[in-house]
Write a protein that binds this ligand. Structure first.
Ligand SMILES: Nc1ncnc2c1ncn2[C@@H]1O[C@H](COP(=O)(O)OP(=O)(O)OP(=O)(O)O)[C@@H](O)[C@H]1O
Ligand SMILES: O=P(O)(O)OC[C@H]1O[C@](O)(CO)[C@@H](O)[C@@H]1O
Ligand SMILES: [Mg+2]
Length: 594
């Protein structure tokens, strides 16, 4: 069983292991995470929360002696991951789609789909993608055998690279954990049996639930900034160099790419909601009409041209505003908090019997959304973080007894710090929220730095902002969204290092770099930009397909739709028993600090 230990010693149990019955009730970092007896799933308590996140364990009370337990598990899993649909509430007859893959010129051509397109161009509602990201560790001979390459498989062995990518696209790339104690093992039963877990495939459907000409679509971005927001909502173009006055933006002044997909369907009425949810309840802010004029390169800059914000509005006020604006589709780009809000809006729309589709697009540099391979902005943030690390390294190595210290974002999750450490190869110590550490004592960080200075002459430390919060004075301060405001672990460590080396009378030249906002205010790199484009398009397809209360994502290399509660029931975090964290420690050569 792979428990991820948290700074306060709370066990964070991996998804798929909640049959291990244990009750915990602790506050972890920003949020209070509860592991209840009845639900047996980590949920997040938000004192100011207006919604309760659904928390259904697929494998609650599984009787493994029942020969049919796998089937039961899969049935429950299928139920959990079924997508809320307008049909659940309304008696609707779908119409043929207006989204065509072929014969599209500058104009949207009505019913121009070819027979071939009808056959192959769309995703079926029953299509599924295998959720679990699994790794294959067998040699090519075994692959040939395993995948029946000699039996008409379309993967032709042209080159090893092609061969591997072809194989890996077959959705059968699984790892068999022989034991729950294997690194990173996520097992359901004590024998680690393989149980397939399928989720819904994203993409355009042949039948749609809205007449595009009558649709009004809204887009908003909420939470902190993230590289790629403008790519998802690509491309916003201003003819003026001046910043946008959201109270007065002429139609066709701005142009977004989510808009492009909407317009390909034939939607003409598209608006941007300024500054996240605030745009719905702040009377001084007005929606921004968006159009499809071909405009350039706004995705070349970071930030969000719609603006972002934190802070709670009443869900009922927001839905009043959505209703008054007659919005039919709402696309919401944001992190965990924003998605909780999106789900609350979706639920409220259902309660009021409004035919509105709410579709989320997960945005977070922290990469802390459950189940997803990665979220957009993360890669870019890691890439940018390396620049800071490189500067810290150069400073440290150029100074006599230099110690470089870099603090990176990562509120609950150390993915940015871990990946930046792995990619830079210049870090001696990586500290993340998921792994507790001590500063003092024979096994503490300070002693290790002494050792590095003595033996290497310099050292570089990378610390995630949420790491070591137990070493700081507790603060009750919260930001507008209710997130706990952390103490500055970077400054704390810097001071402790200086004090320590002074006390032992050894010279140390400490250089502290805090690139916090620099790593998220940049434009998306190529891989994030592609991810953004695909997610943006799929969000639009999802709404036209009639799904609401869903989000889009990439899971196990496939693009999928997921019900929102499933991805926000807790923050995704680094598993200290994973191979990746082990690799990180191997790369730095750091000890445990405990
Ligand atoms: N449980 C909730 N129910 C309803 N709305 C929420 C909830 N949690 C957060 N929100 C709203 O979502 C918005 C964004 O939340 P938050 O500031 O936590 O950012 P986020 O989406 O998690 O992004 P980031 O990854 O940058 O933190 C805020 O306006 C907040 O009011
Ligand atoms: O200072 P702001 O804008 O509230 O954002 C800071 C937070 O944003 C994030 O990047 C994303 O949640 C966190 O890592 C960080 O704590
Ligand atoms: Mg958040």
């Amino acid at each position: 069983m792979a428990f991820a230990s948290l700074p306060n010693g709370v066990g964070l149990i991996n998804l798929g292991q909640s049959h291990l019955h244990k009750e915990l009730n602790e506050c972890f970092n920003v949020k209070c995470l509860r592991f209840g007896t009845s639900k047996k799933r980590l949920t997040r308590d938000r004192p100011s929360s207006s919604i309760v996140v659904r928390a259904v364990a697929p494998n609650s009370d599984i009787d493994f002696s029942d020969p049919d337990w796998k089937q039961r598990y899969q049935e429950e899993f299928e139920k959990r991951f079924s997508l809320p649909h307008l049909r659940d509430v309304f008696d609707l007859t779908p119409i043929p789609t207006t989204f065509f893959l072929k014969n599209r010129g500058s104009q949207v051509v009505e019913d121009a789909s070819s027979t071939e397109e009808k056959k192959y161009g769309y995703v079926n509602d029953d299509d599924r993608a295998l959720l679990r990201k699994e790794l294959l560790s067998v040699n090519p001979d075994q692959i040939t055998e395993l995948y029946g390459l000699n039996e008409g498989n379309s993967c032709l062995v042209q080159s090893f690279g092609y061969f591997m990518s072809c194989i890996f696209s077959k959705e059968r790339n699984v790892i068999k954990f022989s034991s729950p104690t294997s690194a990173g093992a996520e097992c359901i039963d004590p024998n680690c049996s393989w149980v397939e877990q399928w989720v819904h495939r994203a993409g355009p459907r042949q039948q749609i639930y809205f007449e595009p000409g009558k649709v009004k679509a809204g887009i908003l971005t909420c939470g902190g900034l993230c590289p790629g927001l403008n790519d998802v909502i690509r491309q916003l173009h201003t003819r003026s160099k001046k910043s946008i006055n959201f109270a007065e933006v002429p139609a066709k002044f701005v142009d977004f790419e989510i808009v492009l997909t909407l317009e390909i369907y034939g939607v003409k009425n598209i608006v941007g909601i300024p500054y996240g949810y605030r745009g719905f309840f702040d009377k001084g802010l007005h929606e921004v009409p968006l159009s499809r004029q071909v405009v350039q390169n706004i995705n070349l800059s970071g930030g969000s041209l719609l603006g972002v914000s934190r802070g709670n509005g009443e869900v009922s006020d927001i839905v009043d505003s959505i209703q008054a604006r007659r919005i039919d589709m709402l696309f919401i780009l944001g992190g965990n908090g924003t998605h909780a809000g999106a789900n609350a809006i979706h639920e409220e729309c259902r309660k009021r019997k409004l035919k509105i589709c709410v579709v989320g697009v997960p945005k977070t540099i922290d990469n802390d959304i459950l189940l997803m391979d990665k979220t957009f902005g993360f890669d870019t943030a890691v890439e940018e973080a390396q620049r800071a690390i490189n500067s810290a390294y150069i400073e440290a190595h150029s100074a006599y007894h230099g110690i470089g210290l870099v603090k990176l974002m990562g509120r609950n999750s150390g993915f940015i710090a871990m990946h930046a450490t792995l990619s830079s190869g210049q870090i001696d110590v990586c500290l993340i929220p998921e792994v507790p550490f001590k500063l003092d004592g024979p096994y503490g960080l300070l002693k290790h730095l002494e050792h590095l200075i003595e033996n290497k002459g310099s050292a570089v430390v990378c610390v995630a902002e949420g790491a070591g919060q137990d070493l700081l004075e507790k603060s009750n301060a919260r930001d507008l969204s209710g997130n706990v405001v952390f103490g500055d672990i970077g400054v704390h460590i810097q001071q402790k290092i200086k004090k320590h080396f002074k006390e032992i009378n050894v010279h140390a030249d400490v250089k502290y770099i805090d690139p916090t906002y620099m790593i998220r205010a940049v434009r998306a790199n190529a891989s994030d930009a592609i991810l953004c484009t695909v997610l943006g398009q799929n969000a639009v397809h999802g709404a036209f397909a009639g799904f609401s209360g869903i989000t889009v994502g990439i899971c196990n290399t496939h693009y999928v739709y997921l019900p929102i509660p499933e991805v926000i029931s807790s923050a995704r975090s680094v598993d200290p028993n994973s191979r990746m964290w082990h690799r990180c420690m191997t790369s730095t050569g750091q000890p445990d600090f405990l």
